[in-house]
Design a protein around this ligand. Structure first.
Ligand SMILES: [Zn+2]
Ligand SMILES: [Zn+2]
Length: 186
């Protein structure tokens, strides 16, 4: 069975080198849906508590919310960093508190201090799915990711072979056979 969780992400981007309106900086509220598949955990009668999926995924996804997402070779990137630098907000401000965990993968690097994600490829809905899967695939048994943003939407499905050990009391992932929340020991 599957547990399904959705997130709203407000972000700005542009399609660098694209012939159309999307070549200009603009923003979206995108909706990302993550489907996690596993056996039903008999203790809690759930695959995975959706608030736990939310917590695990949001740690990473926060980086895309109220953020600017630009391709690494976009010439607008140094110009924006220059403005942030001159304004003294490039390395963060006390009011920038909803920060995600910084990450760096082959596809993207997050700079939470200035709410920027630099990507290797243009951030299309397909591109977002690739990035999110690479960031979360080891933490959750993701079988499907859907991302809709403006008129665009994409989805991808994945195979998962192993079941993850979950606490029969809280439903969350066990760490070395132990529940980090209630202390249950397998
Ligand atoms: Zn767009
Ligand atoms: Zn527990």
């Amino acid at each position: 069975m599957r547990s399904i969780t959705s997130f709203d992400l407000q972000y700005a981007h542009r399609f660098f080198g694209f012939g159309g309106e999307a070549a200009y900086l603009h923003g979206h509220t995108g909706t990302l849906t993550i489907e996690v598949e596993d056996s039903v955990n008999m203790g809690v009668n759930m695959v995975f508590p959706c608030n736990e999926i939310k917590k695990i995924a949001w740690d990473v996804l926060k980086n895309f919310d109220h953020a600017l997402v630009l391709r690494e070779d976009d010439p607008i990137l140094p110009a924006i960093l220059d403005v942030y630098e001159k304004q003294g907000i490039k390395d963060g401000t006390p009011t920038n508190t909803m920060k995600g965990e910084a990450f760096k993968t082959e596809l993207a690097t997050a700079y939470p201090d200035c709410r920027l994600v630099v990507t290797k490829e243009t951030l299309t809905t397909e591109g977002m799915i690739k990035i999110v899967h690479s960031l979360l695939k080891d933490k959750l048994n993701i079988v499907k990711i859907t991302f809709t943003s403006g008129d665009n939407a994409a989805s991808e499905t994945y195979e998962v072979s192993e079941s993850k050990d979950r606490c029969p009391v809280c439903g969350i992932l066990l760490e070395d056979g132990k529940c980090p929340k209630c202390g249950y020991q397998k």
